[in-house]
Design a protein around this ligand. Sequence first.
Ligand code: GCW
Length: 703
Amino acid sequence: MKKGLFIICILTASLIKAEDGYDLWLRYKPVENKLLLQSYRSFLKDISVSGNSATIQIIRNELLKASRGMLAQIPVFNATGNKGLIIGNNKKEKKNVAFGQEGFAINSATLAGKPVINIEANTDIGLLYGVFHLIRLIQTEQPISALNMISQPKLKLRLLNHWDNLNRTVERGYAGFSIWNWHTLPGYIDKRYIDYARTNASIGINGTVLTNVNANAVILTGPYLEKVKALADVFRPYGIKVYLTARFSAPIEIGRLRSADPLNDSVQNWWKEKIKEIYSVIPDFGGFLVKANSEGQPGPQDYKRNHADGANMLADAVAPFGGIVMWRAFVYNPESNDRFKQAYEEFKPLDGKFRNNVLVQVKNGPIDFQPREPYSPLFGAMHHTPLMMEFQLTQEYLGQGTHLVYEAPLFKEVLNADTYSKGEGSTVAKVVDGSLDNFSLNGMAGVSNIGNDINWCGHPFAQANWYTLGRLSWDHHLTSEQISEEWIKQTFSKDKKTIGVIKNIMLHSHEALVNYMTPIGLTHIMYNGHHYGPMPWGNTLNRPDWNPVYYHKADSFGIGFDRTAKGTNALVQYAVEVQNQFNDINKCPDEYLLWFHHASWEHKMHSGRTLWHELCYKYNTGVDSVRSFIDQWNSIENKIDAERFRQVQQLLNIQLKDAIWWRNACLLYFQTYSKKPIPSTYEQPDKPLEYYKSIRILYAPGN
Ligand code: GCW
């Protein structure tokens, strides 16, 4: 028996088996460090788990799976004995406030002369999180013999937002069709639903909005609620609540009312009855996410009411059941002279007018998930309303399913930004976690990048962005580097050199993309409609604020959007300290220059180069970075299984072509205004602008 195991270990170590990526970061591969292996084995040999809830059974199964895979050992479960690993609910009358509802403690101790590890929590879900934490320590090969820790999530709502339609297409989805098979639900429970819940629980995600914010009222009808219930039943023991998007005009579309006016009694009653029905089917239903009066979606403004009127109507109806409403601030209309200012203009006057079970959900930047945006000024402006962060995991503007972009640096940049709204140190993170204004209701959402592709996310590295959402919403103090290292060890390799190479690629990937797509604060210059590829010349859509030329404003003088007092004055939406960082064209950080200034082609950048030269430099740096990612990736060929190695290699090659496409198209187009040559030290475009203008991608995914 022992000999057999030994041979298996040798085989797995030398023949890196092909992997399809389905197991994500829960691969449970054999521990390589011998000393640690011994220690893990001794702690996980005898496990005592008390209780018998569905969650406790999940804990047992997970530990069994983890021990089998990583330690080649089957643990003995003994509910009463005080053995190596003791997992137990805090039975004391008084709950331990340090754990809260979802937190846990892990302590190493000695019991009757034997070393033990105790995992303690106030709830079974807390225990599950504790167990996943311990498993993560083992997967990443950290010592566990001297643990003494307490962990509690910094945010209450840690949510995925699926933009999944009922016909299984996914808006801005690049990983296949929706994993929700509405047709076969509720009768058929796809294994994926369980694996989805388990994977989310492993990183602390505790809620999921199942449907697209461009909502379909049909989801609120009886037969569909049965389907939602089936999913909620699967997710519950994993600590995951289900939420839906509410189409504001549902009372008309499925309720036969003539109006959806939030101040109308019959409308209010309709929602009350509907919500009662939902809770009778799903007693722990989380609540609603709403996109209203944005991009053609119905909303309270259709009846001359405001966002608070709309949100509060729904909030009153879900309140008796403990539900919440996440009301999105993603609004803009063509009348404004600057789309940047819209959300603030509509929402700031409503601060303090929302019920206390409403959060306003704000995209990280003022425009729309662009490669780099300054943080949305709303984060410094709403001290009487909890603001929920909305990040986009799906890479709509970040190379979609094709480019390798690790988003943690982007998210951290926003979270660390200082709003100065209550003096220095009023970071966006403190607004979002509620500590700045004392909100116990707080949260972070990520627009999902999950689909039915075998590896869930399309690009093997896109999984890291899902992982990041969970880890950052649990603890936003974690660094991009820590998160990447954890993820790499669990997903690709525990070899030091390999980790170093992959980490280096990941940590530079976002900046590389910014450089080859939208350097120096350029924004929204992508292709119309599907948003893949460059189209800085775009000027044909009816709404000016959908056209790239609206955003870059290139002319013979220069380029960029003047948001100072001489321009649209959007800068006044920030605190004075922040205005001072951006106001002066000579002091404004290079990466935001064209967000706030219309700068001359001759403008002297901090590097000493002119703006035109800097643009050429940045676009070329971006392309060079991708070339270097390819070299780095190739250097670890024998360290990664062939299947995933080749997948990433092929995608990186496409990414390089795309980066060159972006660089050439943008530089040639902007050159028609700058009238300056691309310095001869840089690679020259091999085709004329007309060629780039003629490229059409008719069937891009995700529309
Ligand atoms: O980024 C834009 C997308 C739309 C999306 C919208 C939103 C769901 O292009 O597809 O619609 O944002 O966030 O509501």
